[in-house]
Design a protein around this ligand. Structure first.
Ligand code: ADP
Ligand code: MG
Length: 773
């Protein structure tokens, strides 16, 4: 036992708890922890069997009363100790108690959030909830589920993890467990698959109940607006290949113009004329050519702005996208379809299957589908305000178990990227000379490879990680704290894996974290720093930055050069350090604006989807609902539908109805996607793009039902007498479906941009370029 408990160190509390909007002091839960530590004593003497009895006797206790929560925490501590060999720290119990009371907790890296997750999950299980613990990637989900199962068994709870490779029946089985480990993406994809369910198949997912998000800010902030997509095959559009060809021949400056920051591109009149000529159309801006105009802009965008090694890499003849901020690469991440194909054509690759979006859902909408949610993260603090405003969650800080002694040095700012990297490379080499382990964080995959090359030129071999393979990278990152290790990584790489120091590394000063340029939010910077100094370890973090960093050049303009620049290019003028911080705040502001805009656009889609799914579900499961539906189909002559009311034809008719509803819905979703992509073109002359979008969405949704009914009637009226499958009726569900997430959607910022455009438009200026942020 420590001589002074941490809750008796008021200074610490004062330091740790900043009163930010949405933040809450967790001190109120401290007495519970205190009590739990005392109560725990009475369980120590119990035999394993008796302990298990005590644990299972808690089943279906609400834990609302403090007394019950205390008893649970005490039992869980003893169970964790016996099964996992981990004796939960008071801080971990504080986190668990707070989360079981609905708070989100900020808890530093290495403080043992995995164990906290176990305790919270089992606690929710005791309360009769079905729990999903949502991890940052599949590797972590599998790891944690495997680790925690012995603990959950004490409470007679089954646990499992969802893996991408699993079949429907395996998934269904895992989703039946009391505690399910998964990624939010997997859950979202399975929701989409469940939505396409036909009479023969059963649901994989039960009603979503309680969620515990590990790294909650990554999911609910960074990934919140990422659409998860279920796609099926579609017929390719022939003009697109021609478009790419002609756009490929255009000349920058003459045929198109790129704006100074290389974020926007637009055709000149001459360029547009060339495109029109090739396509054989007279006016690309005519309303009926709207889709073609969008496609032309997409092709130009791919040609001029989307860069290899920054936005994508090519592996085995395939485009793999890089999520800019995290340097994460995954083959299931795609851009909007047209852009993906356009880049494939630009690179001369085989164009992958053209797909058609069958359905989609935003990550945030998946999260909102849970009845309750809580979470933890090393950087929840910065997210507190947003978590509060968006999801009415309150966030509190949990103090570290041991004092953090990491030294966060001030930034070293340089005039250019080249000088920044040279200086950083020298710095890394110097630390490496004495064997100090170094972790370098870079902004993207291209940079990580360039920097590793700089180190190689100086005789230092670094392990390079860019989140291509979570499992392998976990091994590498786990070794990043060893004496002499040098690791260069993008932001997401090796996430969630503990970096432990060996004794020699500790003696050499612990892990040195070097950031190459700051990220677009201080939250991400802090995530990188947090890799060092875990559990009281020694460590240092420092960022090497430059005025050419994207954070600066994308968001502000620097008009006068700094005066005091040292020989090595280092800028000491404090105004410029200040300016850099300002640029980062501008970036943060833009990101949250974008987030809000995207949410606004999706509000109506979510509402429509809810109505649609309710109808679909009722037709599937309620006999009466289906009968009513048939009445609607043959309003003028109900007797026509008679054949389809009874078996054996009835089941087939249900399938037809669902099929046509799904077709109509998919058409709706595709229309909305296209509208969003091209909305800046559509709003010419109109004042509010959101109103315009909503108008299109509502108008189409209102006719969706009628379109589906017409299609049903047409098919059923023409059905041959012996038809007994969709194929007999000339219908076909997509023979294969696949899922992906749309990352870094270059058009996501479009909505934002429109506002600026409208302002310009009213002043009579020309069409703004497409932007890429
Ligand atoms: P986080 O997710 O907060 O970064 P982890 O859950 O990965 O941290 O845990 C970091 C390390 O701390 C792991 O090696 C884990 O086994 C260890 N650990 C967690 N809780 C305890 C504890 N109560 N006692 C001892 N070690 C612990
Ligand atoms: Mg973790």
């Amino acid at each position: 036992m420590k001589s002074v408990s941490w809750w008796e160190r008021p200074v610490l509390w004062a330091q740790q708890i900043r009163q930010e909007p949405g933040a809450e002091n967790l001190r109120r839960f401290v007495p519970l922890v205190h009590e739990a530590m005392k109560t725990r004593e009475q369980f120590r003497a119990l035999s394993d069997r008796k302990l298990q009895q005590a644990a299972t006797s808690l089943t279906s206790t609400s834990l609302e009363k403090d007394r019950d929560l205390v008893r649970y925490l005490a039992l869980a501590s003893e169970a964790a100790y016996r099964t996992l060999g981990l004796d939960p720290f008071e801080e971990q119990l504080l986190a668990a108690a707070s989360m079981l009371r609905g708070r989100v907790v900020d808890m530093a890296t290495g403080e043992g959030k995995t164990l906290v997750g176990f305790i919270v999950a089992a606690g929710l299980g005791v309360m009769g909830r079905q729990v999903h613990v949502l991890s940052a990637n599949e590797y972590l989900a599998a790891r944690d589920a495997a680790h925690g199962s012995v603990f959950f068994e004490v409470f007679d709870m089954q646990s499992g993890a969802v893996a991408e490779s699993m079949s429907r029946s395996e998934r269904t089985q895992v989703y039946g467990c009391d505690v399910v480990y998964a990624t939010v993406h997997q859950v979202g994809f399975d929701m989409l698959r469940d939505r396409q369910r036909t009479p023969g198949t059963s649901r994989m997912l039960p009603q979503l109940d309680a969620a515990v998000f590990d790294e909650i800010d990554a999911v609910l902030l960074d990934d919140a607006m990422v659409p998860l997509v279920l796609a099926g095959e579609a017929d390719p559009a022939p003009e697109e290949a021609a478009l790419t060809a002609v756009v490929g021949e255009l000349v920058e400056g003459a045929d198109f113009e790129v704006d100074g920051e290389r974020r926007g591109v637009s055709f000149t009149d001459g360029g547009l004329a060339k495109v029109e000529q090739t396509l054989g159309v007279s006016d690309l801006y005519a309303p009926e050519r709207f889709e073609l105009l969008t496609a032309a802009n997409v092709a130009l965008h791919a040609r001029a702005l989307v860069e290899r090694d920054v936005h994508y890499i090519i592996v085995d003849g395939q485009i793999q996208l890089i999520n800019d901020a995290r340097g994460r690469v995954s083959d299931r991440q795609r851009w909007p379809d047209g852009l993906h194909a356009a880049v494939e054509r630009k690179e001369g690759l085989v164009v992958t299957r053209q797909s058609e979006v069958l359905d989609q859902i935003l990550v945030e909408s998946v999260a909102r589908s849970y009845l309750s949610l809580t979470g933890m993260s090393g950087t929840a603090r910065e997210a507190a305000e947003r978590l509060h405003d968006d999801l009415q969650l309150r966030t509190g800080m949990v103090p570290t178990h041991r004092r953090c002694v990491r030294v966060d040095e001030p930034d070293r700012l340089f005039s250019t990227v080249v000088l920044r990297d040279e200086s950083a490379a020298e710095f890394v080499c110097a630390a490496h000379q004495v064997g100090r382990p170094v972790l370098v964080g870079t902004a993207n995959v291209g940079e990580s490879e360039r920097f590793a090359q700089l180190l190689a030129e100086r005789g230092v071999t670094a392990s390079v990680l860019n989140a291509r393979n979570d499992a392998q990278e976990a091994e590498v990152i786990a070794r990043a704290g060893r004496f002499g290790a040098v690791t260069v990584s993008t932001q997401m790489a090796g996430r969630g894996v503990d970096i432990q120091l060996d004794q020699q590394a500790r003696d050499a000063g612990g892990l040195l974290v070097v950031g190459l340029s700051r990220y677009e939010s201080t939250r991400l910077d802090r995530q990188l720093r947090g890799r060092s100094g875990r559990q009281g370890d020694p460590g240092t973090s420092v960022f090497f930055t430059s005025l050419e960093d994207a954070v600066v050049s994308r968001h502000i303009e620097i008009n006068e050069p700094p005066i005091s620049v040292a020989d090595d290019g280092r800028i000491t003028d404090p105004r410029f350090l200040h300016l850099y911080g300002h640029a980062q705040r501008v970036a943060e502001g833009k990101l949250s604006q974008l987030h809000r805009t995207t949410r606004k656009y999706n509000k109506i889609v979510d509402a429509h989807s809810e109505i649609f799914l309710k109808t679909r579900e009722r037709i599937l499961v309620e006999e009466e609902a289906f009968d009513e539906y048939l009445d609607q189909v043959w309003l003028n002559g109900p007797e026509q539908g008679a054949r389809w009311r009874d078996e054996p034809d009835r089941t087939l008719a249900v399938e037809v109805v669902l099929h046509q509803l799904d077709r109509a819905w998919s058409g709706h979703v595709n229309l909305l996607t296209a509208t969003l992509e091209g909305i800046h073109l559509r709003v010419l002359g109109r004042l509010n793009p959101l109103d315009e979008f909503n108008r299109v969405a509502i108008q189409d949704f209102l006719t969706l039902g009628a379109r589906a009914r017409d299609a049903v009637r047409e098919v059923l009226d023409a059905a041959p007498a012996n038809a007994d499958s969709l194929a007999d009726l000339g219908l076909r569900r997509p023979s294969s479906t696949w899922t992906y997430m749309v990352t870094d959607n270059p058009f996501m910022s479009q909505a934002d941009h429109i506002l600026a455009f409208i302002a310009k438009k009213t002043r009579g200026e020309k069409l703004p370029p497409l932007t890429y942020k």
